[in-house]
Design a protein around this ligand. Structure first.
Ligand SMILES: NC(=O)c1ccc[n+]([C@@H]2O[C@H](COP(=O)([O-])OP(=O)(O)OC[C@H]3O[C@@H](n4cnc5c(N)ncnc54)[C@H](OP(=O)(O)O)[C@@H]3O)[C@@H](O)[C@H]2O)c1
Length: 212
């Protein structure tokens, strides 16, 4: 597949690029600077683009089979930029005639029980609330785009660099927890989940939770 990877220079993005390349996909990686450190492959091209500008996304997306986003707000701007990004990506994909999108979202909107989202739980860290809330707003925008074959894939509550085991579980709109009640996944296995979903299209139009 020819894949446009938005956010390729990020922590999850570099792992997603590696996973895609290891499976034989051709990847166009996007960052604002047009550089991505530490990945060297003939199947990997890096270009500069701004994911808040729909014209940039349209130009970059054209000719690709799918868009994968590992975009994040970074530390220096308001997390609300996530809603600008998803709006520009949706619009850009429509203009670039690409209809498959795998979007890295947040765990905050996943349900921990039938009435309660993770972000609403008493011990959800206060400092994570702005980005978690912005990620839920981005989901609300994406879910209206039913002309696109989107999947919103959320990491577990905790995601860190680690090992690629290839083992993980998913749940539709639910937080995935292990036998001890912990919700966690390595960035490497999250990248596996993103690419599995891209290839299988098992969970189109779904807010998918991932974890061990
Ligand atoms: N438990 C959870 O729910 C959880 C935990 C962690 C992360 N996440 C989510 O996962 C996503 C990725 O996280 P991460 O830690 O990998 O993020 P990150 O390391 O901060 O990477 C963010 C990426 O977005 C790119 N970017 C930012 N603004 C851009 C713009 N205007 N145009 C183009 N590219 C832009 C950055 O590229 P340049 O800066 O190089 O341009 C970088 O590649 C985020 O949305 C984050 O909220 C969720």
């Amino acid at each position: 597949m020819n894949v446009l990877l938005l956010g390729a220079s990020g922590r999850i993005g570099r792992r997603a690029a590696t996973e895609l390349l290891d499976r034989g996909h051709n990847v166009t990686g996007v960052s604002r600077s047009g550089t991505v450190a530490e990945i060297d492959s003939d199947a990997f091209v890096v270009v500069a683009g701004d994911a808040t500008v729909s014209e940039d996304v349209a130009k970059l997306a054209a000719g690709h089979d799918a868009v994968v986003s590992t975009l994040g707000p970074g530390g220096d701007v308001s997390p609300d930029i996530l809603t600008e990004m998803v709006t520009a990506v949706i619009d850009g994909m429509r203009h670039g005639a690409v209809d498959r999108l795998v979007w890295t979202g947040g765990a905050g909107g996943l349900m921990v029980n039938p009435e309660t989202m993770l972000i609403e739980t008493a011990d959800f860290p206060e400092e994570w609330k702005p980005v978690a809330s912005a990620a839920i707003d981005a989901y609300e925008i994406l879910r209206e785009a039913d002309d696109l074959a989107w999947t919103y894939v959320a990491p577990a509550a905790m995601i860190q660099p680690g090992d690629r085991t290839g083992e993980y579980r998913t749940a539709d709109r639910e937080l995935v927890t292990d036998d001890e009640g912990e919700s966690h996944i390595s960035m490497e296995d999250f990248a596996v989940a993103l690419v599995d979903e891209l290839e299988s299209e098992r969970s189109v139009h779904t807010y998918l939770g991932t974890g061990y």
